[in-house]
Design a protein around this ligand. Structure first.
Ligand code: NAD
Ligand code: SER
Length: 322
């Protein structure tokens, strides 16, 4: 069996921390190199190698790939939807150039595999709102969505033109307790847990009836690894796979939390993120991912809420020295 050496770029972020830890369990701590522009996340410290790196510096990236004997790259560095609307040029530049740098180096160094996540943000107001299919009208209205859609076609291009085994998922909003999220529109569904446990009240930046597709982080990590480990013959989509687990509104997640914390109160003050959320589908059809490589979620709303409250509650107690 070929020994894989994996570089995770953006490893200190919301997905990066948990994905790096999961990959280290499979491939061995020393074979998964975490890297990020910011400092190493506390949860990664002592678990394996860490390199401080800017993915925009192609030469530095190339040197690291050669020096570390890298065979696979997971590229997670990006600017998400809400921050992207505040600085569209920066979002376009980082989200596109990082991908092109990685794909070029994958081609030059014959890397075995590349992973790059897309998002439900590729869809726009003209896409179907319910059970949005894999292939449909795709006219994104955020710079984040535009960059993800363009990125999907660069992945497809490098696969068909140069044979790069690049794979991708259109993640829904991801909910997790281990590391802080990176300023996305769906992140109210993470903030709400922190505020429920710490303040017993939350002011939501989306309307109470805003349905969005969501997924619990353990499902997202498992989906990513299952996609990357699937036999190449099963991968029919080389742009990015729709993937789905649950859909809910702020009102519904608040009610699910109130079953555990009856005193929890939520108010609503929609801001600039509301039109972003309104432009996205409310639910996703992921039939193709289920058929091609056997995707199936484990967490629906109630189970996710119970698990989040237990684990985040324990973590906050430790952080507060209790
Ligand atoms: P995040 O913002 O939490 O993490 C991104 C990491 O990239 C950060 O640690 C940041 O420091 C790092 N980074 C930024 N610029 C860099 C640079 N120039 N060089 C090296 N590192 C740099 O984001 P996340 O939520 O973990 O998202 C990871 C990926 O998944 C992104 O592509 C995002 O678009 C995608 N995604 C996330 C979600 C979600 O809900 N979290 C949903 C859909 C898609
Ligand atoms: N969670 C992401 C965001 O809201 C979707 O890609 O930006």
């Amino acid at each position: 069996m070929i020994k894989e050496r994996i570089l995770v770029i953006g490893a200190s972020g919301q997905i990066g921390v948990e994905l790096t830890l999961a990959l280290r369990k499979i491939y061995g701590n020393a074979n998964v190199i975490a890297s990020d522009l910011r400092e190493e996340n506390d949860l990664l410290k002592g678990t394996g190698p860490y390199v401080s790196m800017d993915v925009m510096n192609k030469e530095m990236l190339h040197v690291q790939v050669i020096r570390q004997g890298i065979t696979q790259i997971y590229l997670l560095a990006a600017i998400l939807s809400a921050t992207g609307e505040k600085n569209p040029h920066l979002a376009w530049s980082l989200n596109m150039q990082s991908l092109l740098n990685v794909l070029d180096i994958a081609k030059e160094e014959n890397l075995h595999k590349v992973y790059w996540p897309s998002s439900i943000a590729v869809f726009g107001p003209t896409s179907p709102k319910q059970n949005c299919p894999q292939q449909t009208i795709i006219e994104p209205t955020t710079v984040y969505g535009i960059s993800k859609y363009a990125g999907e076609f660069w992945c497809n291009y490098y696969h068909h033109r140069y044979g790069i085994d690049v794979r991708s998922l259109r993640y829904p909003g991801l909910i997790s307790y281990k590391s802080a999220p990176g300023a996305g529109t769906t992140d109210y569904a993470v903030e709400i847990f922190h505020e429920a446990l710490e303040e017993k009240k939350y002011k939501c930046f989306l309307r109470e009836d805003t349905y969005l597709p969501m997924m619990y982080m353990p499902d997202a990590i498992r989906a990513t690894i299952e996609l990357m480990e699937a036999d190449a013959s099963k991968i029919s989509v080389r742009t990015s796979y729709n993937i789905s687990a649950m859909s809910f509104s702020p009102k519904e997640i608040a009610a699910a939390i109130q079953k555990h914390i009856p005193a929890f109160a939520v108010s609503y003050k929609p801001d600039y993120r509301q039109p972003i959320a309104d432009s996205w589908p409310q639910s996703i059809d992921d039939t193709v991912a289920r058929k091609d490589w056997g995707w199936k979620e484990e967490f629906a709303l109630e189970r996710m809420v119970k698990d989040m409250l237990e684990n985040l509650g324990n973590q906050l107690a430790i952080d507060n020295g209790q």
